[in-house]
Write a protein that binds this ligand. Structure first.
Ligand code: SAM
Length: 256
């Protein structure tokens, strides 16, 4: 596959930089109500994919330390964030894209891998290429899990009203537009491009992606359903999107 993930732009990076420790602690609380840490003892190595400013990574680091674990924390993101400087002592930052995770973190296995609001950014120049890229990334991350490792995902599901994958396709097409006027129009309708386009998936698409990556779903928690603007719902022929869905996955036992 020749396609590469398109980087978000600086403007969008500055928006994500605003996600602070308080928000991160709320998410952390939700995860650790769902995650069972009793299978881990002594040392935990974890990876935060698309870590943004690193606030969530730091919150996880602090939490695991409080629970008495030795911790090695990795955060990766193709964009560099100014706040990284504040957390250099605790976190190993890698300014890299997830698609190369198997090469630059070659000999490391992770007990926990977090992908918070990041999979929908693994966008390439075509819709089919994007779905393939998500599959490639999911497989690579799956292979980076330790024996009892957990892959923890937070994302938004968009299920089609008539065709399951329609909102996914439609949002991809709208947000990858290069025409400035169309970009503004779609932004007004609620489709943010992040400078590179975004690609959300339906619940069925997530299930397929996970299943084809030799993973099983331990937990699927659907977050609060916020009412979607009628206009947006009509344009994307979508059910209301389900915000903040959490998926916790393990590697299937028979896989190497
Ligand atoms: C919506 S922000 C989420 C940040 C953080 N995880 C959070 O929940 O606040 C998405 C992040 O994914 C990063 N990202 C985009 N493409 C990526 C890629 N190919 N590999 C890793 N991270 C990527 C972006 O740079 C951005 O920092």
């Amino acid at each position: 596959m020749n396609d590469q993930i398109v980087k978000i732009n600086e403007e969008q990076r500055n928006i994500y930089e605003g996600v602070d420790l308080k928000n991160s602690r709320m998410l952390l609380k939700r995860y650790f109500q769902l995650l069972d840490l009793s299978k881990f003892s002594g040392h935990i190595t974890f990876l935060d994919v698309g870590a943004g400013g690193g606030y969530f990574t730091k919150a996880v680091y602090d939490y695991l330390k409080q629970q008495g674990f030795e911790v090695t924390a990795y955060a990766l993101d193709p964009m560099e964030y100014p706040s990284w400087n504040r957390f250099q002592k605790e976190i190993i930052f890698c300014q890299e894209s997830v698609e190369h995770v198997d090469t630059y973190l070659k000999n490391i296995k992770f007990d926990l891998i977090f992908c918070n609001k990041v999979f929908h950014h693994f966008v390439t120049n075509t819709y089919t290429g994007t779905l393939e890229m998500m599959q490639v990334c999911m497989r690579k991350l799956s292979k980076k899990l330790s024996k009892n490792g957990k892959l923890c995902i937070l994302d938004i599901f968009y299920d089609g009203l008539l065709i399951d994958s329609w909102p996914s396709w439609m949002i991809y097409q709208c947000t990858t537009q290069k025409n400035e006027i169309l970009i503004k129009l779609f932004r007004m309708l609620g489709a943010q491009s992040a400078g590179s386009g975004v690609c959300f998936q339906s619940e069925n698409m997530w299930n397929r992606l996970i299943c084809q990556s030799h993973l099983s779903i331990d937990v699927l928690e659907k977050g609060p359903v916020f009412p979607m603007k009628r206009m947006k719902q009509a344009v994307f022929l979508s059910h209301r999107p389900i915000d903040d869905c959490i998926l916790i996955c393990s590697r299937l036992k028979k896989c190497k």
